[in-house]
Design a protein around this ligand. Structure first.
Ligand SMILES: [Zn+2]
Ligand SMILES: [Zn+2]
Length: 262
């Protein structure tokens, strides 16, 4: 026990924990030791949350052997041990439960969402493919439904960068309120509130927007701050996230705080 949890009672939590960080064990630029050193300089406690997914085996923890190596390496470092799982991938269902149970917490991410024609939509779409080309509002509707299903059904503690939208939407209409309508926000916040999943404030993507955060705070949803750092510049940087949380009135009591299991 390195005392990560014991420290929690003695200092302010908001801004002290970066719970979404990548290393070169998935698609990050830096080795675990480098990430740990940067966070120490910046006075931030890390949760290492590399990608665990079969979607890109070369750049993600994709096999049981890789998962075992990852657990061994990260558990030896003074950090929380976590993983980022794709909503659109079945990796955890193929892994022994006793390995996944070693994680201090799990992040779930909408890196792809189910569409009713059996294909996957992508939050990173610059243009919408056929047959969705002129049906952006329908795609948004399916994306929001997937987010609600994710927080209800996926065994995770945090949902990352969840309100991120395809650039294709904003090319159609740059007003974000046309996409994240109040009704959709309310539906998503209700799903979050009836779950135990914390809503990530992403320093990298500068999300979610204030209105949905205010509704989530009002509904008693918990929050988590993450850099989603992949580079030296990003890791343990939480300035925007702290500023945003403070503006919304989010305090230590509203935060998801992991417990170290080992
Ligand atoms: Zn992600
Ligand atoms: Zn990430």
């Amino acid at each position: 026990m390195s005392g990560l949890s014991a420290e929690a009672g003695e200092r302010k939590l908001l801004g002290a924990y970066d719970l979404h960080v990548h290393t070169n064990m998935s698609d990050g630029d830096l080795a675990l030791e480098e990430v740990v050193a940067i966070a120490a300089e910046r006075g931030v406690t890390l949760g290492i949350s590399d990608h665990m997914s079969t979607r890109n085996p070369a750049r993600m923890v994709a096999t049981e052997a890789q998962l075992r190596r990852y657990l061994e390496a990260v558990s030896a470092a003074p950090v929380f041990l976590a993983g980022e799982f794709c909503w659109c991938d079945s990796f955890p269902t193929h892994m022994p439960a006793e390995l996944l149970d070693q994680l201090d917490y799990r992040i779930g991410s909408n890196h792809g969402f189910a569409l009713p024609d059996g294909t996957m939509g992508s939050p990173w779409w610059d243009t919408l493919p056929a047959p969705w080309t002129d049906r952006a509002q329908e795609v948004m509707e399916h994306m929001v439904a997937n987010l609600c299903d994710l927080v209800r059904d996926m065994p995770v503690d945090i949902i990352a960068h969840s309100t991120f939208m395809p650039a294709a939407f904003l090319t159609t209409d740059p007003d974000p309120d046309v996409w994240w309508t109040e009704e959709r926000e309310d539906r998503y916040v209700e799903a979050l509130a009836s779950s135990t999943v914390a809503l990530e404030i992403s320093n990298r993507y500068r999300l979610p927007h204030d209105r949905v955060l205010r509704k989530a705070k009002q509904a008693g949803v918990r929050f988590s701050l993450g850099s989603d750092g992949h580079t030296r510049e990003q890791v343990a940087q939480l300035g925007w996230a702290v500023e945003t949380a403070t503006r919304i009135g989010i305090t230590d009591a509203d935060l998801f705080v992991p417990e170290q299991r080992r």
